[in-house]
Design a protein around this ligand. Structure first.
Ligand SMILES: NC(=O)c1ccc[n+]([C@@H]2O[C@H](COP(=O)([O-])OP(=O)(O)OC[C@H]3O[C@@H](n4cnc5c(N)ncnc54)[C@H](O)[C@@H]3O)[C@@H](O)[C@H]2O)c1
Length: 342
């Protein structure tokens, strides 16, 4: 089987590429990545060690994509995943996220290939998500146990990033409707783990651990600046495992949309994340408060995994301690990556 992973030198794509190379016999894995993201060059070196070739060009260039050899499956992990940035650089984000998926689909059509798409929990409507926790100044810990499933509202704004992911999902469904392309759309919540070069507006878990380890600055941003906002977190290893299961079963289980995340057990506030990072690194930072909330931020997201667990008999195995320990181990054992977290 020949698999192309777009965005394959990114955090998710590189981990999936190496995992598949290790776990699947007779597989030929290739990646497409223009190395735009800080840290992607390092991931590319990891791929090289496993004999995985990267096509280094922009995904908006369909001519080059069409010129690649034939693939059986494309795993589309290519995106600019930062939400705030999607409003500062809409042209690049539309080209990468939306035109990128369009080009991937044209290649699927040409090759008669299937697609697994890395979508996001951020396709859901911000105004409706905001109704779960109505307070703008969240001064006390959130007690909600609400879980968000695939039927949650997507009809009102979700950020330009969210729009490009939802738009890509619609494109995939259109292409599948007009052809034999089989698809799986996975709307992931926060993914974390080693080889994520996290930054303020994307990949906050690895950034939180790294900033503690290297004694850099941190801020609680929005909702009054108390750090009480909550997210559920899934370990990258659990993501790789469900993708492998989906690949093996795609002939029979396809054309479906799933929410996938850490779930209630793996949900945590920034404040609690700080406590865990202090324990892990022995370093306590003085974290500044930025009270103002971005229009595109949400106070709470916890995934309802009911559908994915039922259909694939899979569930996330790694807890928050495992996630933080693995990031900590990775940072300690790779001193050269320190500069990426400054
Ligand atoms: N990380 C998460 O928490 C998370 C959560 C939900 C969904 N997702 C989705 O998963 C996918 C992977 O996310 P990630 O965290 O690995 O992001 P990432 O930024 O680490 O990886 C994306 C990769 O795409 C490459 N890229 C960017 N623009 C490109 C272009 N124009 N042409 C070619 N390559 C380009 C980057 O260099 C990078 O290596 C994305 O589609 C994202 O929307 C991620």
């Amino acid at each position: 089987m020949k698999i192309l992973i777009t965005g394959g030198c990114g955090f998710v794509g590189s981990n999936i590429a190496i995992f598949l190379k290790k776990r699947l016999k007779n597989v030929n894995v290739r990646t497409l990545d223009n190395l735009f993201r800080k840290g992607s060059k390092i991931n590319r070196l990891r791929l090289k060690k496993f004999g995985i070739k990267n096509y280094n060009f922009d995904i908006k260039n369909y001519k080059k994509i069409a010129g690649l050899s034939k693939f059986d499956l494309i795993i589309d992990c290519c995106a600019e995943p930062a939400i705030e940035l999607s409003h500062r650089e809409p042209d690049r984000v539309f080209n990468t996220n939306l035109i990128g998926t369009f080009n991937v689909l044209k290649k699927c059509l040409k090759d008669n290939a299937n697609i697994i798409f890395l979508s996001s929990s951020r396709v859901y409507s911000i105004p409706v998500l905001r109704k779960i926790i109505k307070k703008k100044n969240i001064s006390k810990p959130i007690k909600s146990r609400t879980k968000i499933n695939e039927n949650f509202d997507t009809s009102s704004p979700s950020s330009l990033y969210g729009f490009t992911k939802l738009g890509s999902e619609k494109l995939i469904q259109e292409f599948s409707f007009m052809s034999n392309i089989k698809y799986i759309i996975n709307r992931f919540g926060v993914i974390a783990g080693p080889w994520q070069f996290g930054k303020q507006d994307q990949g906050f878990v690895s950034m939180w651990v790294a900033r503690h380890m290297f004694k850099n600055k941190l801020s609680y941003i929005g909702f009054g600046g108390h750090g009480n906002q909550i997210r559920d977190i899934i370990h990258i290893d659990d993501v790789c495992k469900i993708i492998l299961i989906q690949i093996k079963q795609i002939k029979n289980k396809n054309n479906n949309i799933f929410n996938i995340g850490g779930g209630i057990k793996n949900s945590i506030s920034l404040r609690d994340l700080t406590s865990k990072c202090i324990k892990l690194t022995g370093n306590k930072l003085s974290i500044t408060k930025i009270k103002k909330t971005s229009k595109f931020d949400i106070p709470y997201f916890v995934t309802d995994n009911t559908k994915i667990e039922k259909i694939y008999k899979w569930k996330p195995m790694k807890n928050i301690k495992n996630i933080l320990d693995d990031i900590n181990y990775w940072l300690l054992n790779n001193p050269k990556i320190r500069k990426y977290f400054k």
